[in-house]
Design a protein around this ligand. Sequence first.
Ligand code: 5GP
Length: 172
Amino acid sequence: MAIEVYISQVQIEKKVKELAAQINADYHGKEVVLVGVLTGSFIFCADLVRYLTIKNSIEFISASSYEGATTTSSGNVKINLDLKRDIAGKHIILIEDIVDTGLTITQLTKMLKSRNPASMKLASLLFKKVRVEHPLTIDYLGFEIEDKFVIGYGLDYDGYYRELPYIGVYKA
Ligand code: 5GP
């Protein structure tokens, strides 16, 4: 088993600061609710929020479209953990670790929009553009990546490697 660094800790930190600066500018004078999609986005959320200067609160939601240790999408989204607060009338930024086929985020966006937020935008650290099957707009994108299975910085392989400070490529 070998892990190759694909996006370094330094590159990630720089990008997260840039994204936060964009969000601070776009929401100047407003309040936002960040909705982190568990589990993969927890580190991205934690880093991003520390660079925000706008008024904000954080909620988490858990949805899964992958099962077990498989490395291909199962095509099914399930809500495992819902938000604790009502988001009606709030400005929402959905925070994802990675958009692959786009299924998870498309389903989540649809579901959350039915709760009548004032606005909803999407931030994702990673985007596998070549894999997308559900067209969507990523308002705050970290990195567009190739069709590789990546781990680290919150992303797992079978529950492991989330603690890596970089995005790595796992090679069996
Ligand atoms: P989508 O619904 O867009 O196909 O899949 C999104 C979810 O699949 C992500 O939130 C993540 O949990 C998982 N996923 C997709 N690609 C990767 C990958 O390269 N590595 C890891 N660890 N998870 C991935």
